[in-house]
Design a protein around this ligand. Sequence first.
Ligand code: MG
Length: 398
Amino acid sequence: MARGEVVLTFPASGRARPPKSLPAFPVKPRLSSLVLATYAVTEKKSKGRKYPESEHPIRRAFQRDRDRIIHSTAFRRLQYKTQVFVNHEGDHYRTRLTHTLETSQIARTLARALNLNEDLVEAISLAHDIGHGPFGHAGEWALRDLMKNYGGFEHNAQALRILEKLEARYPDFPGLNLSFETLEGLKKHPAQLPGPYHRPLRMLEAEVVDLADEIAYTSHDLDDGLRSGLLRFEDLGALPLWRASRAEAQERAGGMLAAEFLQPAVIRRLIDRLVRDVLHGTLLKIRLKKLRTFSGLQKIRMPLVRLSDNVRRDHTELKRFLRKNLYEHPHVRRRTDEGQQCIRALFNAYLKRPERCGAEVLKRAGEDGLQRSVCDYVAGMTDRYAIQEYKHLFGMQE
Ligand code: MG
């Protein structure tokens, strides 16, 4: 149940039935139907926004963050950005947007079951890949290379740049003026901090999103890999996670699962298996560490939201399999090489003729330098727009 919704409870026995009279509006928003864990992030203890704003009468701070992210231009562009398969390869493959939505739903399931702040988890999830350029990780590597003498490029850092500076939707401040905790949750691999878990502020909500991201991409990349024919069922037999999920899917169907339902059933069981393992392992660790408070959480050095040792080993094996057989498959490589070539050509063409990027880029070049400003422009492009621009500038048909 979302924060702020009216909670109506019925007797435990029998089916839910409508109440005799509905409460009058306005109803005072309440935190949740569930009490948040004492180590969860709460709006009440939030460090707030950089530019102070008055509270909304209905929506809580992290709900507003989520809504601002959904209404941003950068979020809408995710629909034409590559996850693994380049956007024009087919309508049924995951894009950066559907990956983001799958991450969000897994993260929210985990957050709700762990009594963490679901609104914060949703906001971090929806923004977690907003800094990706066109053509997925290959595009990121191309930009990193082009920017190596000008401060580099990294998609998590770019997400913060978009949300704090580049999105222009409010006259009173740059960016979206999100809450401190939402921005903090996006600092996944800041270059100045060693290791993925050394966030300045420790929040289980951020750890939940990191793991949900991994569960989402391994399961849906496997699904898309099979759909594309680049991966085959018979290649997966050596993977313990696949074998166990397949056996469970067959067992639930009484061994009578028709071929066309097998793949979605196994993927469902795989996600469910990973999510249940995370919940079990995390609750155990919380109990073991006697975690009681948010300040207590800051003193714990080890990650708490994680898969159990055995399942993590199997999951790592699956990730290794995907890297070798899907991400490095000659077909995927060819597409991503073309994407990199497109990014390099556009970047260099705009450096020579920055007026082609428009007034906003020229203005920003005065503040941030030409390379950074062109990098922002190219990184903001969708695959579709980058290809279109490439054809326009270089007169190519394909
Ligand atoms: Mg992601």
